[in-house]
Design a protein around this ligand. Structure first.
Ligand SMILES: Cc1cc2nc3c(=O)[nH]c(=O)nc-3n(C[C@H](O)[C@H](O)[C@H](O)COP(=O)(O)OP(=O)(O)OC[C@H]3O[C@@H](n4cnc5c(N)ncnc54)[C@H](O)[C@@H]3O)c2cc1C
Length: 315
């Protein structure tokens, strides 16, 4: 390691200690992604308060340090070389400002309640907690892995509904460390996409409807059952690799080429759902990227359709 780099690393450590953040050096990112793939991050920092986050982002900006924010790691492919910079995770532990679900005041609307969720909260937990209070809106997306922040960033959803359907407003901190409140109308949500590229989402205000608790819990169970039947549960994967093309399904297209079980190294196309690529054991990002390219080319040759990746590929 060059001397100059070592000095910078020491400065970063000194700074992280000064703002009392939990951090690890040379942390394997494979430990933080559902694919269990990724080399080490120079720094992996867990942030518990907005004050820490603002301060950290200002420091990062002043020192031009590369950084990336991670949620549950369920939609990400990090490279085998890892990440030369700081990976930030909003902490979901009991002391963290980003790990709470609270009902809150909002403008009056009949039969509705406002719920404020910290971004680090697991989406399934938020859905179950609000269901227990007889609040409907998150049940269809309850079985999507990952955090509330990650779900909002990617407008996660299923056929019946997307997270943006139930958002009232969000709180973010921009990359310069400025706090902002964005109403839904200020955000562009599309299919598995938002324009929230230059900020960290810290809190999300959902507008949920009062409904029968048992009906909501029943829908949550049905969603889980549906997944058990249609997805390779218990494997290392990142959900759908490709977005569905308009009026079609990427899984159906891949399956039509008889590619289930096709593999590059330890990365294999699932036999249960062809849009899921599984890390069988010691799969790496290089093999995952080769398989993605291969499938893209095959689909283009056969159908003249350009598949777009749904997972975020971080170099
Ligand atoms: C088995 C399985 C099934 C899945 N099924 C579905 C499904 O049905 N529908 C669906 O939409 N997705 C699905 N996914 C994909 C994934 O679960 C979602 O995209 C999820 O919302 C990602 O959340 P996360 O917290 O894991 O985000 P991560 O994977 O950690 O991050 C994803 C992106 O969000 C950004 N991000 C995360 N947190 C924040 C934040 N606080 N502020 C700003 N940006 C942030 C990251 O920088 C990254 O760009 C599935 C994944 C798996 C493994």
């Amino acid at each position: 390691m060059a001397a100059g780099r070592r000095i910078i690393k020491n400065n970063i450590e000194e700074y992280l200690l000064s703002i009392k953040c939990n951090y690890k050096c040379n942390e394997p990112l494979s430990k933080h992604t559902t694919l269990c793939i990724g080399g080490t991050a120079d720094f992996f920092v867990e942030v518990e308060t907005e004050k820490q986050l603002i301060s950290l982002l200002k420091f990062i900006n002043e020192n031009k340090i590369k950084f990336f924010v991670i949620g549950g790691g369920s939609n990400i492919l990090f490279s085998d070389e890892g990440f030369r910079g700081i990976v930030i995770k909003l902490s979901s532990n009991s002391n963290s400002e980003f790990g709470k679900v609270e009902t809150c005041e909002g403008k009056e609307k009949q039969n509705t309640e406002y719920v404020c969720c910290g971004s680090a909260v697991n989406l399934a937990y938020a859905a179950r907690k609000t269901a227990e209070q007889g609040l409907s809106g998150l049940e269809y997306i309850s079985s999507i892995p990952g955090t509330v922040g990650g779900a909002v960033f990617g407008n996660a959803g299923v056929k019946e509904s997307s997270v943006s359907d139930v958002i009232e407003k969000i709180e973010v901190v921009d990359y310069f460390g400025n706090k902002e409140i964005l109403n839904k109308k200020d955000i562009r949500f599309e299919y598995r996409k938002s324009n929230l590229e230059d900020c960290i989402i810290t809190r999300v205000f959902f507008i949920l409807k009062n409904a029968d608790k048992n009906d909501i819990l029943k829908t949550i169970s049905q969603q889980l059952e549906r997944r058990k039947k249609s997805q390779p549960i218990g494997t290392k994967n990142a959900g759908c690799i490709f977005k569905n093309p308009k009026d079609d399904s990427a899984g159906r297209l891949i399956d039509s080429l008889n590619l289930k079980h096709y593999n590059v190294g330890d990365i294999e196309i699932s036999d249960i759902h062809a849009n899921f690529f599984i890390n069988k054991n010691n799969g790496c990002a290089k093999d995952m990227l080769s398989l993605i390219e291969f499938v893209k080319n095959e689909i283009y040759k056969k159908y003249n359709i350009k598949l777009e990746t749904e997972i975020r590929i971080i170099k």
